[in-house]
Design a protein around this ligand. Structure first.
Ligand code: FPP
Length: 243
């Protein structure tokens, strides 16, 4: 691919990606499903780098949902190990001052995750917090309904303690206790692999998002595929309920 970057009339500020199709990608090649996740994790790196070079400021990737615990233990372990590997790489890059410029943030429920992963989340978030070029959210043990429930629970506590009165609670108050607090909602949600559903991903934040579906499986969703999605997005007419 040439080094020249395409130019789009309008670029989304925030893209969110459901990295689907890893299992089918592996099956098509006669490989174990876990090989598909390995290829998916490589592609995650490639797409983050490319989208960042294009100037996309916020990205959110769905790595592991609250429902994914139903998968075989070995598959869950492999995905967690891939996340660990990436975290260690990021930790090393920060330590060696080879920063990518990514401000990395983990969204999801940290309870139930291994202690070492949670520790790595905290270290990487802290060390990368000085960057403001590209914000990368990685959703791990994430579910949109769990996220909204979490926000409601925090607000109930505040009402109970007298810090808030219920009539003060607005949409902004609810949003301010979501895992994505302070970030813009996704403009474009991308789901490869032919499925056309949200699967409990950013269900609050997706209220006015545009969607892009593609039949390409995630490990094959390359720069050209992202360009196609962005080109299409640039010609959408977003009305946000207006005319
Ligand atoms: C969905 O495809 C994919 C997942 C549940 C896991 C995605 C995780 C990764 C790509 C690794 C994340 C690593 C980092 C570093 C962020 P599927 O298994 O449901 O595919 P299928 O529908 O073809 O079976």
């Amino acid at each position: 691919m040439s080094n020249e970057l395409p130019c789009f009339d309008v670029l989304p500020q925030h893209i969110a990606v459901i990295m689907d199709g890893n299992g089918r990608w592996a099956k098509q090649r006669g490989l174990e499903r876990t090989e598909g996740h390995k290829a998916g994790a490589e592609n995650f790196r490639r797409i983050v780098d490319y989208a960042s070079r294009l100037g996309i400021k916020y990205m959110t990737f769905y790595a592991f949902s609250t429902e994914n615990w139903k998968r075989p233990e070995f598959e869950v372990k492999t995905i967690m190990n891939l996340i660990r590997k990436y975290l260690k790489e990021m930790q090393l890059r920060e330590a060696e001052n080879e920063a990518s410029g990514y401000n990395i943030h983990f969204i999801g429920n940290r309870e139930g995750l291994d202690d070492d992963i949670v520790k790595l989340f905290n270290t990487v978030e802290k060390r990368s917090s000085k960057h403001n070029k590209t914000y990368v959210n990685i959703a791990v043990n994430y579910g949109g309904r769990e996220e909204i429930t979490h926000s409601v629970r925090v607000l109930c506590e505040k009402v109970k303690n007298g810090e808030l009165i219920s009539s003060d609670i607005t949409e902004n108050t609810v949003a301010s206790y979501l895992y994505t607090a302070g970030q813009p909602d996704p403009d474009l949600i991308i789901r490869p692999s032919g499925e056309q559903r949200l699967s409990n991903f950013l269900i609050w934040q997706a209220a006015y998002s545009e969607f892009w579906y593609s039949d390409v499986l995630w490990p094959d969703f390359n720069e050209q595929e992202l360009n196609r999605a962005l080109e299409d997005y640039a010609h959408r007419h977003r009305r946000f309920g207006g005319i």
